[in-house]
Design a protein around this ligand. Structure first.
Ligand SMILES: Cc1ncc(COP(=O)(O)O)c(C=O)c1O
Ligand SMILES: NCCCCNCC[C@H](N)C(=O)O
Length: 365
């Protein structure tokens, strides 16, 4: 296996999520597209494509990656397409989804023979984080008003709503879908397909999947639309660890261990959303703060419990390190980027990508 740090994607831990996704399609008719913004490590797409219907994207590069490496249906969404991107987007995608009626009109002639959709912002969301709240005040994400959608409705055949964020409550999802139907139902019923976006944590242990299936089936049936979901986190949750090694320890009122990785560079979401990482089982008499090796004072993975005092050379696994990590990793401080390894379902592990000084240098000039 590679030297640490490396992300380790375990297919056996990915599988239960994928099986739930496939079950949901079977029992609701809703298709699931992997949200590449969350996870785009294409070395495991061979497994994922057996259970999912394709990909959805946030940029031209993600559209291309989805089409090349995942296949199936390729939805192309972006907050704003550029003039020089649109022809290629249309060439490689199955559907193009515009963020505003303005962009739809702007690219009308290029996209006239393509399947087109529009993002709609229902003005309600589940986000606890202002940063990730699509319904935040003055949000640029999608058209808000039915009267602004009405004039362009004949140019499109579907809508994309994305208003859930880490939503583990079926009741909240159900209530918000009800609000969407109430406000936009007359427009939805004129469409062929509706994407309900990502952020629904339906692969979680206690999630009432049967209720979700029934609700989605009813929504699709009553409105006569094909329903899509765009799981990111839900598809890959708990599948991946970040493997690190302790480089040094010190005591400064607390036990501190410095590892060969960096939150800022390798698990950025922990910093921007001010959350802690996870270790398992997080038990024992010893309490240690696990710190990154960048010079950022707050580069801290969290405080965890261990059976024994940590020492240089100890290996640690940071849990649930698959979503919004590999897609966001960066070269801050020139810290070596974690390699990417895959554990196959038979337990064998293989290295799929490593990064070195040449990659660091090439990224900067
Ligand atoms: C349009 C859209 N679809 C899907 C997702 C995936 O969300 P999650 O990873 O929370 O499931 C996002 C997240 O930003 C999104 O903006
Ligand atoms: N764990 C803290 C919140 C993470 C929010 N993830 C959602 C991502 C969001 N949809 C995005 O736009 O990146």
């Amino acid at each position: 296996m590679p030297e640490t740090p490396y992300y380790l994607i375990d297919k056996a831990r990915l599988l239960p999520n994928l099986e739930k996704i496939a079950w949901l399609r079977e029992n609701s008719g809703a298709k699931s597209l992997l949200a590449l913004k969350c996870f785009a490590t294409w070395g495991v797409f061979d497994l994922m494509r057996e259970y999912m219907d394709g990909t959805t994207s946030s940029s031209l590069f993600e559209v291309k990656l989805g089409a090349e490496e995942f296949g199936g249906e390729t939805h192309a969404y972006c907050v704003a397409w550029a003039d020089h991107e649109i022809d290629e987007v249309i060439r490689v995608s199955d559907k193009v989804i515009f963020n505003t009626a303005n962009q739809l009109r702007r690219f009308d002639s290029q996209s006239a023979n393509h399947t087109r959709g529009l993002r709609v912002n229902p003005g309600v969301s589940t986000s606890d984080f202002d940063l990730a709240d699509p319904a935040r005040p003055f949000s640029r994400l999608g058209e808000h008003a039915p009267e602004d959608i009405e004039p362009v409705k004949d140019m499109i055949s579907g809508f994309m709503f994305h208003n859930n964020c880490e939503n583990a409550s079926f009741e909240r999802f159900d209530a918000m879908l009800g609000m969407i139907e109430q406000r936009f139902g007359h427009l939805i019923r004129q469409m062929d397909w509706i994407s309900l976006g990502g952020g629904i944590h339906f692969t979680g242990e206690d999630y009432p999947l049967d209720k979700l299936a029934e609700r989605l089936k009813r929504f699709g049936g009553q409105n006569e639309v094909q329903v899509y979901l765009e799981p990111g986190e839900a598809a890959i949750t708990n599948s991946t660890t970040l493997e690190v090694t302790v480089l040094d320890t010190l005591f400064n009122g607390k036990n501190l261990a410095i590892v060969d990785s960096s939150v800022e560079a390798h698990m950025l979401d922990l910093l921007i959303y001010r959350e802690s990482g996870h270790v398992a089982p997080n038990e024992g008499p010893e309490e240690w703060m696990i710190c990154g090796k960048s010079c950022l004072a707050g580069d801290i993975f969290g405080e965890f419990r261990f059976p024994e005092a940590l020492r240089p050379g100890d290996r640690l696994s940071l849990q649930d390190a698959g979503g919004y990590t590999m897609v966001k990793k960066n070269w801050f401080n020139g810290v070596k980027m974690p390699a990417i390894a895959i554990r196959e379902t038979d337990g064998t592990e293989r290295l799929v990508r490593d990064f070195g000084y040449d990659d660091f240098k090439a990224a900067l000039g």
